[in-house]
Design a protein around this ligand. Structure first.
Ligand SMILES: *Cc1c(COP(=O)(O)O)cnc(C)c1O
Length: 378
């Protein structure tokens, strides 16, 4: 007599551990890994067997982490459930209660909230400083880390990474850079001497606006420490999300090539437009181009409400980096919770529009924005 239906129905999985030579990496959609016997468990703790439990480690997030580490030229990496959790793990691998972080003031809104509202509860203080000016004087006795972004949001200031590394070495500090906007296609901060590089993989690395994920790469010792924090804080990325992100990564180079070309064309066209007061598009980011985000200020000449209503196929989305061109409105989303004074200081006006330039035909993109601006003319 065989097993009863109730038993059979829960033991249906038979294809485990068969190397079927699939072209792509399988999705290891499992919360845990089996052990043959008790010796096998000992092997895991002796470091001879890689996987135990997916919060601790899983092949798909590991594949993603290794791929990004390789693209950044860093020795080690980890993947986590969001860009913000990757940032938190990077911070906690360096700073503990009583320490201070010196941070550029024009950082991503979500990062600002994490640093201003949560880190103080961990006993970590954060000093926000304009990194456009000399920030060396703001380094305190207990400062352990300098933090900034390679290209900032939404005004697209290009950070001077060499200077950050020089000042950090002089004061024996660690350095961490958010490379989300530039991507490893354009900038490799680790190659400049930065210790930790973080990505919201939700953006260009995934590239299709269908996942939320983060990756942290950098010095081996810091990543090992950050991984341990991730296990204890439970920041694991799911196998499926990791797999989708790796799939996205395979086209990073061709997507970025088109994104960057289109953005340059749009920025050039809008600079010529009499109704656009200001175009923010960086220069000299890399030999391959200057990124795919263009911000414009139309405060003086256009009705912003009308502008957003007449954009046609360009959608309002509070994120960036998808293959579709989209727009966001910083003052109503990412920078909403800042005080009026801080908004003004940072240049977040009521006419500031951030454009995430997609991979469509450049002529259509330019036309969509020119039309909307004409129609919104005051
Ligand atoms: C989106 C973003 C983050 C946060 O990433 P999540 O994946 O949303 O957690 C951090 N930094 C920058 C520059 C971003 O654009």
């Amino acid at each position: 007599m065989g097993q009863a239906f109730d038993t059979k129905s829960v033991h249906l999985s038979k294809k485990f551990n068969q190397d079927l030579h699939s072209k792509t990496t399988p999705i290891y959609q499992t919360s845990a890994f089996k052990f043959k016997d008790l010796d096998d468990i000992e092997k895991f703790y002796a470091g001879e067997k890689e996987y135990l439990y997916s919060r601790v480690g899983n092949p798909n997030p590991d594949e993603l982490a290794e791929a990004v580490a390789e693209l950044e030229g860093a020795p080690a990496g980890l993947a986590s459930g969001s860009g913000l959790s990757a940032i938190l793990l990077g911070i906690l691998s360096v700073a503990k209660a009583g320490d201070n972080i010196l941070c550029s003031s024009d950082i991503y809104g979500g990062t600002y909230e994490l640093f201003a509202k949560e880190l103080p509860d961990f006993g970590i203080s954060v000093t926000f400083q304009d990194f456009n000016q000399d920030f060396e004087a703001a380094i305190e006795e207990n400062t352990v880390l300098l933090y900034s972004e390679s290209v900032t949001n939404p005004l697209l200031r290009v950070e001077n990474l060499e200077y950050i590394v020089r000042i950090a070495k002089k004061h024996k500090l660690k350095t961490m850079i958010d490379n989300t906007f530039a991507t490893p296609y354009l900038v490799n901060p680790y190659q400049t001497g930065i210790n930790l590089v973080v990505h919201s993989a939700t953006k260009y690395l995934g590239g299709h606006s269908d996942i939320t994920a983060g990756v942290l790469v950098g010095d081996e010792e810091l990543i090992t420490h950050a991984k341990q924090k991730g296990v204890n804080l439970g920041t694991a990325l799911s196998p499926m999300e990791a797999w989708l992100t790796v799939r996205g990564l395979k086209t990073l180079s061709v997507r970025m090539e088109r994104h960057v070309k289109n953005a340059q064309k749009l920025a050039d066209a809008l600079k010529q437009h009499s109704l656009v007061d200001k175009v923010y598009y960086p220069e000299h980011v890399s030999e391959k181009g200057n990124g795919a985000i263009v911000s414009i200020d139309i405060t003086e000449s256009c009705n912003v409400e009308t502008f957003f209503k007449v954009l046609g196929w360009v959608k309002i989305v509070p994120t960036l980096a998808g293959v579709e061109t989209s727009v966001s409105y910083p003052i109503a989303t990412s920078h909403r919770n800042l005080s009026k004074d801080t908004q003004q200081e940072l240049g977040i006006t009521k006419g500031l529009v951030r454009i995430s330039v997609g991979i469509e035909d450049a002529t259509d993109i330019i036309e969509a924005f020119s039309n909307a601006i004409e129609k919104a003319k005051l």
